[in-house]
Design a protein around this ligand. Structure first.
Ligand SMILES: NC(=O)c1ccc[n+]([C@@H]2O[C@H](COP(=O)([O-])OP(=O)(O)OC[C@H]3O[C@@H](n4cnc5c(N)ncnc54)[C@H](OP(=O)(O)O)[C@@H]3O)[C@@H](O)[C@H]2O)c1
Length: 252
């Protein structure tokens, strides 16, 4: 047993390995893809827009990286299955691509209320289901959660529950899929493209309010989340955990 532990390198190199990143054309997913490529890995990107995929693939290829990509909608199980049918093997999976609304318990808009589970929870569940037979035994899966799962905000109960469910799923999958490692990353508010597309007024209100709620007094960057994802890809003894990249938001 001792010989086995000493043979295991603490960090698996990314060079020559393939990471599937659904939601890799923007924000946190794109930051992760850039890190993988910079470390010598190849990426297979997913997203709903062919134009966005083409632009990102051209950017990576112009920088000398190896990449391909396919259209996929994480809210549609058949679409996720068709995406993975085109992939023979992979080493890493990160699938943060999701679109959902945040609605309160008093809302009668059931489409909106159920959307976080449909897109973010079931999307990642189906992605893992499809990836599991093709992922390398020393590979890793990182699930995307969110800090609301550990410290809810008022009026977003289904969204908060969805993130808590994703972290529970990660712990459970760590048992089911071992030796493949499964962990979750739980960011606080991150200044990503998602926020840059919103109005300056809404963004500044949200960022100020979030900053007041954290130990570090600021929002995070996509690179800070990408660091955590790359760590969870590479560390050979991390499984079933959640890393909170939130500036101390979940502290009491
Ligand atoms: N930013 C934050 O403050 C924050 C905080 C906590 C958690 N998160 C989590 O991180 C995820 C990504 O956030 P981000 O800030 O990086 O967002 P972003 O910049 O808007 O990027 C979202 C990416 O996902 C893709 N996507 C969106 N819906 C999809 C779907 N249904 N199927 C497949 N791909 C889809 C988008 O491409 P297409 O539009 O072309 O599909 C894009 O590549 C969020 O969904 C959220 O769960 C974010």
């Amino acid at each position: 047993m001792h010989a086995q532990t000493t043979q295991n390198h603490p960090t698996r190199p990314l060079s020559g390995r393939t990471a599937v990143i659904i939601g890799g054309t923007s924000g946190i997913g794109r930051a992760v893809a850039s890190r993988v490529v910079a470390a010598g890995g190849a990426v297979i990107l997913g997203g709903r827009s062919q134009d966005a995929l083409d632009a990102e693939l051209a950017r990576i290829e112009a920088a000398g990286g190896a990449a391909c990509g396919h259209v996929v909608d994480m809210a549609e199980r058949e679409s996720v299955a068709a995406f993975f049918a085109r992939i023979a093997r992979l080493d890493y999976l990160f699938a943060p691509g999701a679109t959902y609304q945040v609605a309160s318990i008093h809302s009668d808009d059931h489409e909106a209320v159920e959307s976080p589970f449909r897109s973010k929870f079931w999307g990642q569940y189906h992605a893992v289901h499809e990836a599991a037979p093709k992922i390398a035994p020393d590979g890793a899966i990182v699930l995307m959660s969110g800090a609301a799962g550990a410290r809810p905000i008022k009026g977003a109960s289904a969204y908060a529950a969805c993130n808590a469910a994703i972290e529970g799923l990660g712990r459970s999958l760590a048992l089911d899929l071992a030796p493949v490692r499964v962990n979750s990353v739980s960011p606080g508010t991150i200044d990503s493209d998602l926020w840059q597309r919103r109005s300056a007024e809404l963004r500044s209100h949200a960022f100020e309010s979030y900053s007041r709620s954290t130990a570090l007094g600021r929002v995070g960057s996509v690179d800070e989340v990408a660091d955590a994802v790359l760590f969870l890809f590479g560390n050979g003894y991390m499984t079933g955990s959640t890393l909170f990249v939130d500036g101390g938001y979940v502290l009491p």
